[in-house]
Design a binder for this molecule. Structure first.
Ligand code: S3P
Length: 460
């Protein structure tokens, strides 16, 4: 468990942020690296595995299924001795996915494809999240996945022996990388073909990594060029060949980077560089918004890492900020960054509208409502109109010091920590320890970038 306190008082920055940081390994890529390594033959070595508790949940679930893996906590090096899909066995006890929706949804697909019985459960937050979105399309194509929580929520039971996933065609109504990946993994496990269409392109880490493992998967141009016309699609052929273990490098997590990028954007005179950060177009929404509001954003040393993920050093320089419009089709490419982008909007000049945020209601908490509550507590004019957030920016006037409960949602805790930097006095954030889910070192990294040290540092 983390050393972070439950509650914390954070001081404003009182000056610009400057410096160079390597943000922690990408959470989404790390989940997939562990899962794919576990079903490959031979050793998979993963450099830069994510340090958060969500990624630990995936490792724990894979261990419960019989996978042999070792994580060096100090270096983030993960070694997996893959024995192919046969190396995994059905689990008699429930698999605890903790707070991690990605673990639960992707593993459900993989287990259904491999025809292994399992029950998947999670903590209080995960136990209130919708699971029919994976069970329905899997079952429509032959799987037997039962969701027994009262409102279509966990527990999720995979009846592997009862039914065989036969693959086919699925047209998703929500752009979701988790649902898309659950279907692709079911098809991979079962050795059957699968085509998935989605309304707009969601992150493509599953596709990129499967290709690196040699799977001849095809996809539409949207995953490189999100504005391409037509419907995004992914085609997985019937693929019976085993994956071979390999080396994978995990880029820095752009969703974690977003907090430092926005913090730098809020504080005049800031210049921050985040090295080896993930730079996939499918998650670059935060960079587009920063450019839109006037921030200078540069991608330096752009390259592909082992495993195929694009990475770059991200350099931002603060400039005066103005409001922005985020259309619904841009949301999947910034879905985890909306709370902190709302903080950016609230500090900018003019009005911003962030549209089509229904998915935020079914994240680790109702993030639409919690984001409104955070901005409200910070003295901003904010309203929820249907599924949109309307924010009247304060034009650089510091936020009112606030006392905010992050309600165990890591992205809300991090967004509040960023907002506190530009408040007119110390702010209190309750339940900040949930930062350990994705970015345990956020407060330390923010402190390292400060040019004016806090008078009463509280960070352990
Ligand atoms: C993730 C996909 C996103 C994102 C989540 C991680 C993934 O969820 O919000 O934090 O790793 O596939 P959806 O695909 O459900 O939007």
């Amino acid at each position: 468990m983390s050393q972070l306190p439950h509650h914390i008082t954070l001081e404003p920055a009182y000056g610009p942020l400057r410096g160079t940081i390597r943000v922690p390994g990408d959470k989404s890529v790390s989940h997939r690296a562990a899962m794919f390594g576990a079903i490959a033959h031979g050793e998979t070595s993963v450099e830069g595995f994510g340090p958060g508790e969500d990624n630990r949940s995936t490792l724990a679930v894979l261990r419960d299924l019989g996978a042999a893996l070792h994580l060096d906590e100090a270096t983030g090096a993960l070694r997996i001795q893959g024995r192919g899909p046969e190396g995994l066995r059905a689990a008699s006890a429930p698999l605890d996915c903790g707070n991690s929706g990605t673990t639960l949804r992707l593993m459900t697909g993989l287990l259904a494809g491999l025809r292994l019985d399992a029950t998947l459960i999670g903590d209080a937050s995960l136990s209130s999240r919708p699971m029919r979105r994976i069970a329905d399309p899997l079952n429509a194509l032959g799987a037997a996945v039962e969701v027994t929580g009262a409102r279509g929520t966990p527990p999720v039971h995979v009846r592997g022996l009862a039914a065989a996933f036969r693959g086919g065609h699925a047209a998703l109504t929500v752009a979701s990388a988790q649902v898309k990946s659950a279907l692709l993994l079911a098809a991979l496990g079962a050795g059957v073909p699968m085509r998935v269409e989605e309304p707009s392109p969601s992150r493509d880490h599953t596709e990129v990594m499967l290709r690196a493992f040699g799977v001849p998967l095809r996809s539409s141009p949207h995953y490189e060029h999100p504005d391409a016309p037509g419907t995004p699609w992914v085609d997985l052929p019937a693929w019976g060949q085993p994956l071979q273990g390999r080396r994978l490098e995990v880029p820095g997590d752009i969703s974690s980077a977003a907090f430092l990028l926005v913090a730098a954007a809020l504080l005049p005179g800031s210049e921050v560089c985040l090295t080896a950060c993930g730079a996939t177009p499918t998650r670059a929404g935060v960079l587009d918004v920063l450019r839109d509001v006037g921030v200078e954003v540069r991608l330096e040393h752009v390259r592909r890492l082992d495993g195929g993920e694009p990475a770059a050093d991200l350099r931002v320089r603060a400039t005066p900020l103005h409001g922005f419009h985020l259309p619904p089709e841009a949301v999947p490419r910034a879905v985890d960054e909306i709370p902190v982008l709302a903080v950016l909007a609230a500090f900018a000049h003019g009005t911003s509208r962030l549209c089509g945020l229904a998915e935020l209601r079914v994240k680790e908490c109702d993030r639409l409502e919690r984001t409104r509550a955070l901005l409200d507590a910070a003295g901003c004019q904010v309203a929820i109109l249907g599924d949109d957030l309307l924010i009247h920016g304060r034009g650089g006037v510091p936020f009112t010091p606030f006392d905010f409960d992050a309600t165990h949602d890591h992205r809300m805790a991090a967004a509040a920590a960023v907002a506190s930097l530009v408040a007119s006095g110390p702010c209190r954030v309750q339940n900040i320890d949930c930062l350990a889910i994705s970015y345990p070192g956020l407060l330390r990294d923010l402190e390292a970038l400060r040019t004016v040290p806090p008078t009463h540092p509280e960070i352990p």
